[in-house]
Design a protein around this ligand. Structure first.
Ligand SMILES: NC(=O)c1ccc[n+]([C@@H]2O[C@H](COP(=O)([O-])OP(=O)(O)OC[C@H]3O[C@@H](n4cnc5c(N)ncnc54)[C@H](OP(=O)(O)O)[C@@H]3O)[C@@H](O)[C@H]2O)c1
Length: 337
């Protein structure tokens, strides 16, 4: 190993107020130290843009994995091993890990996993084969249990998790309704992903539309966004329904996080709010990936991956765009060689 590699990493320079801005981040460059025994040097190829990151950028110790000022921005990457002093990894292997937003990463091998490229292409390891796909798979199939007689609402339907969740609920035979922020995205959900209905939640009459297409009853609310869409939807939760708390994207940039007002319907309808964290399923990722890849190859499932090409310094702009809803599926920064 010599010092021919110079890293570029994104760090936090200010705690964002509201939506994050370019100035909240800085780029620093540094030389990479020689590898120690067991170390692996990875060249980042793809960076996943995660909505949950905004929650970690708050100036508060309330949430795990917080990013403080001057810390490396957290994020999942897929990269190629370019040097290895670890017998378990060879040059040319593709790996996945939560290694942060940077051009090169050094790992001891404990915090990464090899991408089996016979199952799916590298970039899909951040979307359908990565945390979004695994989250959709286990939270739906293990917890929500969709079936042909059920009406399923997916909020944040066109995002990384939502775009897979809706398709899995369709595979289970359910009637699937999605909410998203534009008519174009609604069209995409129906025409590309097979959603039965898609509703633009920015339209005034969105709730009337939702009530009419769901026959006034929702068995499963798969909630990625929280906020007023989830809150209003509780009014039409069905008997013994489930509200899966996957995420609360609408709240992550808010000073004060607000919960739903309409919880009273849960009591009346014997329904439940159910929390979920994907990391509880780590020992079953392989099983899910085999099934997800099988569906992909049989063309039963798409793994929407919204690739934008650029250097690592493009990250702040794309993160801002994620919160403006510009992504169709998983937003991924593909690093230029
Ligand atoms: N529980 C778990 O283990 C787990 C694992 C992974 C992710 N998650 C959670 O799942 C959720 C979705 O994550 P993701 O990675 O798939 O992100 P994503 O949905 O791909 O991206 C964020 C989307 O949120 C929507 N959005 C932005 N601001 C909003 C607002 N104010 N109100 C409503 N929607 C807004 C936008 O879509 P529109 O154009 O539709 O508005 C945007 O495209 C996040 O809350 C994340 O924390 C949970």
């Amino acid at each position: 190993m010599n010092n021919k590699y110079f890293n570029k990493k994104i760090i936090l320079s200010n705690y964002p107020v509201g939506l994050s801005k370019k100035d909240d981040f800085s780029v620093i460059a540094e030389e990479i130290d020689p590898l120690n025994d067991n170390d692996i040097l990875i060249k980042t190829k793809y960076v996943g843009i995660d909505a949950a990151l905004r929650l970690l950028l708050r100036d508060s110790d309330d949430f795990l994995f917080r990013v403080k000022k001057d810390d490396l921005i957290r994020g999942s990457i897929v990269g190629e091993v370019i040097e290895s002093k670890n017998p378990k990894f060879s040059e040319g292997d593709y790996v996945l890990g939560s290694l942060g937003v940077q051009k090169y990463c050094v790992s001891t091998g404990e915090d990464i996993e090899k991408c089996d490229l016979s199952l799916a292409n590298p970039e899909l390891w951040l979307s359908g084969m990565g945390i979004p796909g695994l989250t959709a798979y286990f939270s739906l199939l293990d917890v929500c249990k969709p079936s042909p007689d059920k009406n399923v609402l997916i909020t944040g339907a066109a995002g990384a998790v939502g775009s897979i969740a809706g398709q899995i609920a369709k595979l289970a035979g359910s009637k699937v309704i999605g909410t998203t922020s534009s008519d174009e995205k609604c069209k995409w959900l129906i025409e590309e992903l097979g959603y039965d209905y898609a509703i633009n939640y920015k339209n005034k009459d969105w709730f009337e539309k939702l009530s009419s297409v769901s026959d006034k009853r929702l068995d499963i609310i798969f909630d990625n966004t929280g906020g007023h869409v989830m809150d209003e939807s509780l009014k039409i939760i069905g008997m013994k329904g489930i509200v899966l708390l996957c995420g609360s994207t609408s709240q992550y940039s808010e000073n004060e996080i607000k919960g739903p007002n309409n919880y009273i319907w849960l009591g009346t309808m014997r329904a439940r709010l159910q929390g979920f964290v994907i990391f509880d399923y780590e020992d079953r990722y392989e099983e899910a990936r085999i099934n997800l890849s099988k569906w992909l190859n049989e063309e039963k499932l798409k793994m929407p991956t919204h690739l934008v090409e650029g250097d690592i310094d493009k990250f702040p702009e794309i993160f801002e765009d994620l919160y403006k809803g510009k992504n169709y599926g998983k937003f991924v920064l593909k690093l230029k060689d």
